[in-house]
Design a protein around this ligand. Structure first.
Ligand code: NAG
Ligand code: NAG
Length: 316
């Protein structure tokens, strides 16, 4: 009997000291009650959270998939985890009614009404949570998370409507328009809209729809009209996308002429005209990196990035 108790005690001890799965993973944030709200709720991003216990076999099997999913979702959906075996996390796991391991939960932010003035917009409330019940495989999990990204990108269908949107209006937000051949709005473009939510409005317009009467362009300021006349010649049949920022107040526009359409490049272009709250090189990102790395070494590395992060214009 004594021997059995000793064994149980030893096994118990092993549980207590069991390592977090993702402490050393740069893509997944191991959360605690201290960091959970800030990471999951104080954001316009969707977050995938795995509630797990290190001893659970299904959790161990999922580990590799989680790591790959987090790489796939980088910059689009936040990925985090909570070790429910840790005494300090037990309350948190109970709060979200975690009953079995692993439990995969997707947290989705509330929608903002951007037509209201910033003061009248409700403060970012808690996200709605939803348990993932699909297959514990990479593709279905990633697809599910991407489908839960809030979309603030507006598709404009007709040239006339686009002209209306871009005609001079004082005190209105900057407008980004992506002229593209693709019907589908990419998750990355949606994530840019999240980074500049309330600062830049994001639109997409199909290249082929530029092929409409130039009469519609009359309302535009001269410079903008000239841009559209050029686009009607060069962009209609193009397979390439073109991103343009319009400032309807000053009647200026800025065309992105970089060759790569990765997030960091676009981010640098956009940050010339408006400050983003989330996304690469922001304070928020530095905070997230700190939570993810959870180690002194990487924290110091982040400190070095501080200068760049405080003045994103230095990045150009
Ligand atoms: C989310 O977007 C709203 C609307 O513009 C903004 O007021 C808020 O600050 C954003 N939240 C974060 C954490 O960036
Ligand atoms: C715009 O162009 C038209 C015709 O080319 C010209 O008459 C007009 O003065 C221009 N407007 C401005 C504000 O430059």
């Amino acid at each position: 009997m004594k021997f059995l108790q000793l064994c149980l005690a030893l096994v118990g001890l092993q549980y207590v000291t069991a390592q977090n799965f993702y402490d050393k993973n740069a893509d997944i944030a191991e959360l605690t009650p201290k960091t959970f709200d800030k990471v999951v709720h104080r954001t316009n991003y969707t977050t995938l959270v795995e509630f797990y216990a290190p001893w659970c076999g299904y959790c161990q099997q999922l580990k590799g998939i989680m790591k790959k999913a987090a790489k796939n979702l980088d910059g689009i959906v936040q990925v985090a985890s909570v070790n429910c075996d840790e005494a300090k996390n037990k309350q948190l796991c109970a709060q979200y009614r975690v009953e079995g391991f692993p439990t995969l939960m997707v947290f989705r932010p509330p929608k903002f009404d951007l037509n209201k003035s910033p003061e009248d917009r409700i403060r970012l409330g808690n996200h709605a949570s939803e348990v993932y019940k699909g297959e514990r495989k990479l593709r279905p999990l990633v697809d599910f998370c991407v489908s839960r990204v809030k979309n603030y990108v507006n598709r404009i269908q007709r040239l006339e409507k686009l002209v209306d949107t871009l005609s001079a209006k004082p005190n209105s937000r900057l407008k980004a328009v992506l002229f593209s051949q693709k019907e589908k709005i990419s998750p990355m473009y949606k994530s840019l809209a999240l980074d500049w939510l309330g600062a830049i409005d994001f639109h997409v317009f199909l290249n082929s729809k530029l092929r409409d009467s130039a009469d519609h362009l009359k309302k535009l300021p001269n410079d903008t009209k000239d841009l559209f006349l050029t686009l009607q010649e060069t962009q209609v049949e193009s397979e390439l996308s073109k991103l343009v920022i319009f400032d309807t107040e000053t009647q200026k526009h800025y065309v992105y002429d970089g060759s790569s359409f990765d997030k960091a490049s676009l981010w640098r272009f956009l940050s010339q005209w408006a400050q983003s709250r989330e996304g690469p090189f922001t304070k928020r990102q530095a905070y997230l990196d700190g939570v993810k790395s959870n180690s002194k070494k990487v924290r110091n590395k982040n400190k070095k990035n501080k200068a760049a992060e405080e003045n994103p214009h230095d990045e150009l």
